[in-house]
Design a protein around this ligand. Structure first.
Ligand SMILES: [Zn+2]
Length: 197
C-alpha cells in the first residue's frame, strides 16, 4: 500500500523538461508513447533512496538526491523546487509541510528492494519510460556522432558503437553497450510489472 499525499497541492505544474534526445532510445518501450499532456513529475529522494534516484534517472525522470541530507532541508528543498518527496522514513511524513500537503510526497515501503522500489514509484504515478538521463547526475543526454566521440571513446568501442551521448550535466560520455542494454531490460521489466499492479 502506498500513500500519496496531497496530490492536488502543487500550485503550478512544472514545465516538461527540454529533452534533446527523443527518438532513438532503446529505453523507450514501443507502447510507452508519451501523451502530449503528460507532465513529467520531478522527485527528491531521501537520504536512503539514492539507488532509487539513479534508477528513476535511467527511466528518464529528474530525481534529486543528496547524500546525508538533513530531513528538514530535504523537505524544504522539495517544497521550494516543486518536487515530489520520496521517502521510506515515516517521520518525514509527520513534518508540517508534508502532513499539510504543501509538499507532495509518496511513502516508499521498506524492504521492496531496488527493483521493487522502482516498480512501486512507476506504478504509483503510472509513469512511462522516457529517454534516459545520466544515472550519476540526472543530466539530459545529448546525442553525439561517432566523430564527435572519437577523441574520448575507447578504440574498441568506436569499432562497434555508432551512437554516443554526452551528459549535459557532468559531461560524461555514454554509449549503448551491454551495460546500457542490461539497464534497459531491467527498466522495461519494471515498467511492465508496474502496469500489472
Ligand atoms: Zn551526468
Amino acid at each position: 500500500m502506498f500513500v500519496e499525499r496531497a496530490a492536488g497541492h502543487v500550485n503550478a505544474p512544472e514545465p516538461a523538461s527540454p529533452f534533446s534526445v527523443l527518438s532513438p532510445m532503446a529505453f523507450r518501450s514501443a507502447d510507452a508513447c508519451i501523451q502530449s499532456s503528460f507532465v513529467e513529475p520531478r522527485f527528491f529522494c531521501d537520504a536512503m533512496l539514492g539507488g532509487l534516484a539513479r534508477w528513476l534517472r535511467a527511466a528518464g525522470y529528474d530525481a534529486a538526491f543528496e547524500q546525508g541530507i538533513d530531513d528538514a532541508v530535504l523537505v524544504a528543498r522539495a517544497g521550494e523546487t516543486g518536487r515530489i518527496l520520496l521517502s521510506s522514513d515515516g517521520g518525514i511524513f509527520e513534518r508540517t509541510p508534508v502532513r499539510e500537503g504543501h509538499v507532495r510526497s509518496l511513502f516508499v515501503p521498506r524492504a521492496l528492494g531496488l527493483s521493487g522500489e522502482l516498480r512501486f514509484v512507476l506504478g504509483a504515478f503510472s509513469l512511462p519510460l522516457l529517454p534516459p538521463r545520466c544515472m550519476t547526475c540526472g543530466g539530459a543526454l545529448l546525442e553525439l556522432t561517432k566523430d564527435e566521440a572519437r577523441a574520448e571513446a575507447p578504440p574498441k568501442t568506436l569499432d562497434r558503437i555508432e551512437t554516443f551521448y554526452r551528459c549535459e550535466g557532468c559531461g560524461k560520455l555514454l554509449w549503448r553497450g551491454s551495460h546500457w542494454e542490461r539497464i534497459a531490460r531491467v527498466l522495461a521489466e519494471a515498467e511492465a510489472a508496474a502496469r500489472r499492479r
